[in-house]
Design a protein around this ligand. Structure first.
Ligand code: HEC
Length: 448
């Protein structure tokens, strides 16, 4: 069956989320760190402090190893996991933004080349040239963020793209600027937390100066980031804000990220203005883990807020196209699937499941349920947002009337398919998932 990739108990979206959340650490360190490095290198030259240069060597090498290895592994990991879990959404993204990605990769290449040149030319070229190489890296890295933010934001608020289909209409969407400013601020905070880890490994001189700089940049970044996040929230559509309040998981994640934001701000305050006795790699790494949890919270709120869509106003979370997109010549699938059937029209459905019979209804029901629900639910009891748990105690008929007929609340897409497909899905859920009594095949096939 295509295209369906299921991870029992945990759920596919959790896989993308964990890879993508981790990716934020190396990617934001890589974009933020060299603005700080530029500042520190100038200080080192102007105040004649060679020990700061020693820090920069260590900082750059660790970024080369940590950010470039884990960043590229997780970056590719996001592509792989998102492609198997949401192939139709990724296809939509590529068809619209292939030149956006191409531009982005040009800047990645500049980044990779300049960081190597920077590292291997310490002490070998004039101060001015070395500073310029660092600045070139910082700019290229930040421009890659300028590009990727447009494409990411498109998946949340596609803006005028929905009517025009234009590249820049989707790119400069309503959340573009607040998101760019938030990420730009947060890259300084994340780079600050990272610099504090490296500062902890220094023995003398530089250590105190660096942890103070890291603390100040971190504090400034996190305060600005919080303000821009508020601005971002004012640009979200009303249903996104409702989702955040209504879905228990999201409202909890929002609280987690707020609390961690405050904890990180206090940490940066201590780094910047405290005595600094606590600065060590262990404390630094611990705080990076705390920061990671906060990023996970904030990013999952952002991702889940767009439900029931992957591309709001166009494609539902389960990849069924929910609305016409005249500019691209794409029509909504909802009406067609409701009248002619999902199984008849969906690609790569096994031929013997196209028509539901008394023999195949459970297998057909499984396909329908998974195609429509697995984007947000796991099947088995005890799993994440598990259907077996949420529907416990219901019969197939109850599932049809209480759940499937009434699915389209603010965070779930409507059930799409014919009445017989609806009954087959309900029978699958009741018989197999809930261990309910075997549903009467005649009821499934004929409705009585
Ligand atoms: C876009 C994501 C999404 C899709 C697709 C989705 N659901 Fe849900 N569903 C949710 C969320 C989120 C909740 C609420 C969980 C919470 O509040 O913790 C939920 C809750 C439920 C509940 C609990 C009762 C209720 O109405 O809140 C049931 C039952 C349910 N879903 C069934 C289904 C079935 C069956 C499908 C497929 C036909 C489906 N869902 C598809 C996101 C989704």
């Amino acid at each position: 069956m295509y295209p369906l990739f299921e991870i029992p108990s945990v759920g596919g979206p959790m896989l993308i989320a964990s890879i993508a959340t981790f990716h934020i650490l190396p990617s934001h360190v890589a974009t933020g760190a060299f603005w700080m490095a530029y500042f520190i290198e100038r200080k080192s030259i102007n105040e004649n402090r060679p020990e700061l240069m020693e820090f920069l060597k260590r900082f750059t090498l660790s970024i080369l190893i940590f950010c470039f290895v884990t960043g590229s592994l997780t970056g590719v990991g996001i592509w792989y996991s998102a492609t198997v879990i949401s192939p139709r959404a990724i296809s939509g993204l590529i068809h619209n933004y292939v030149w956006g990605w191409a531009t982005e990769w040009v800047f990645f290449i500049i980044e990779i080349v300049t960081i190597y040149v920077y590292f291997y030319t310490f002490g070998k070229v004039s101060n001015k040239t070395h500073l310029r190489i660092g600045l070139l890296y910082a700019l290229a890295a930040w421009i890659s963020m300028v590009i990727i933010t447009g494409i990411l934001g498109f998946m949340m608020t596609p803006g005028k793209w929905l009517t025009t289909g234009g590249f820049f209409d989707g790119f400069f969407n309503e959340t573009y600027w607040p998101q760019l400013f938030t990420r730009t601020s947060m890259m300084f905070a994340i780079a600050g937390a990272y610099a504090a880890v490296v500062a902890g490994t220094l023995k003398d001189g530089g250590r105190d100066t660096i942890r103070k700089i890291a603390g100040r940049w971190g504090l400034g970044g996190i305060i600005a980031g919080a303000l821009f996040t508020l601005w971002y929230y004012t640009k979200l559509p009303a249903n996104a804000l409702e989702n955040i309040q209504q879905i228990a998981y999201t409202s909890m994640m929002l609280k987690v990220s707020l609390v961690i934001g405050v904890v990180m701000a206090l940490y940066f305050l201590l780094l910047a203005f405290g005595k600094g006795g606590f600065v060590s790699p262990v404390v630094g790494i611990l705080m990076m883990v705390v920061l990671f949890a906060g990023i996970g919270g904030g990013e999952s709120v952002r991702e889940i807020a767009r439900r029931p869509y992957l591309i709001p106003g166009y494609m539902y979370s389960n990849q069924i196209i929910g609305h016409d997109m005249a500019a691209k010549g794409v029509s909504s699938e909802v009406e067609k699937f409701n009248s002619e059937g999902l199984l008849t029209n969906y690609p790569f459905i096994p031929e013997d499941l196209r028509v539901i019979t008394a023999d195949n209804y459970l297998k057909a029901g499984e396909v329908i349920t998974k195609l429509e629900c697995v984007a947000c639910h796991t099947m088995e009891a005890g799993g994440r947002n598990s259907l077996a748990d949420l529907e416990a105690g219901l019969t197939a008929a109850g599932i049809v009337t209480d759940i499937l007929d009434d699915l389209a609340s603010s965070y779930m897409p409507p059930f799409v398919g014919t009445e017989i497909e609806k009954r087959a899905a309900a029978a699958y859920m009741s018989d197999i998932l809930l261990g309910g009594e075997a549903t009467d095949a005649d009821w499934v096939v004929n409705g009585d």
